[in-house]
Design a protein around this ligand. Structure first.
Ligand code: ZN
Ligand code: ZN
Length: 213
């Protein structure tokens, strides 16, 4: 798959457009807002939107979902159903963070660990990685060696766990047992900030590295 990062919202969330180069069918991952910007990128790349994928249901990741669904009539896949309460609370989240009013939506498909998601002729493996939110999932494109990790891990940091439903130990376990098992060379695009590799984080990330204290 090919990937193009589109930072959206006041939180500079890394919405990612990914597509199969053979069919030019695309998925938009975490359309948190700034839908006009996302739409412009879809047009510019000459893509046909096939689906919306969500890593988790925080407002900066999911706020533009209903609007994009209405424009393209495409299914929403993800997150895991553990995030249902975040989806039901989106209106409250948008008021709290000063986001524009968001439309209601419900995923067409809840994802489970081990599920496969297609984009054109390409596939993502789904990893359920709770901790930041209970229903957080990661999308892993094995053939590209690329993972879309949302707010699980960042370059040099990890996701917050102080929101309702957050769990620090669960997050550490998700990173060390599931993500790090994908391989050191795997590159990832996090929900915020620059890309990195799992190997780099394994060596240097103070929250989860092998070499801490
Ligand atoms: Zn989040
Ligand atoms: Zn975020």
């Amino acid at each position: 798959m090919k990937f193009r990062v589109i930072p959206v919202t006041a939180f500079q969330q890394n919405c990612t457009l990914c597509w199969c180069e053979e069919t030019m069918q695309a998925a938009v991952i975490d359309p948190g807002g700034d839908v006009a910007k996302i739409e412009a990128a879809i047009k510019e790349e000459g893509l046909q939107l096939e689906k919306i994928l969500l890593t988790h249901a925080h407002i900066d990741h999911a706020g533009g979902t209903a609007e994009i669904k209405a424009l393209h009539q495409v299914p929403i896949e993800g997150p895991h159903k553990g995030d249902l309460y975040w989806i039901e609370g989106l209106a409250k989240q948008s008021a709290m963070f000063g986001f524009p009013k968001v439309g209601d939506f419900m995923p067409d498909r809840w994802l489970e660990d081990g599920d496969v998601v297609t984009v054109g002729k390409q596939t993502f493996q789904v990893l359920h990685c709770p901790g930041h939110t209970p229903g957080h999932v990661v999308f892993f494109d094995k053939s590209a060696g690329m993972a879309q990790v949302g707010d699980v891990i960042f370059q040099g940091s990890i996701g917050r766990t102080d929101f309702p439903g957050g769990n620090h130990q669960q997050l550490i376990d998700s990173i060390r047992k599931k993500l790090f098992a994908l391989g050191d060379e795997v590159e990832f695009i996090p929900g915020h900030g620059p890309a990195s590799t799992l190997g780099h984080e394994k060596r240097t990330n103070p929250f989860v590295s092998d070499h801490r204290g």
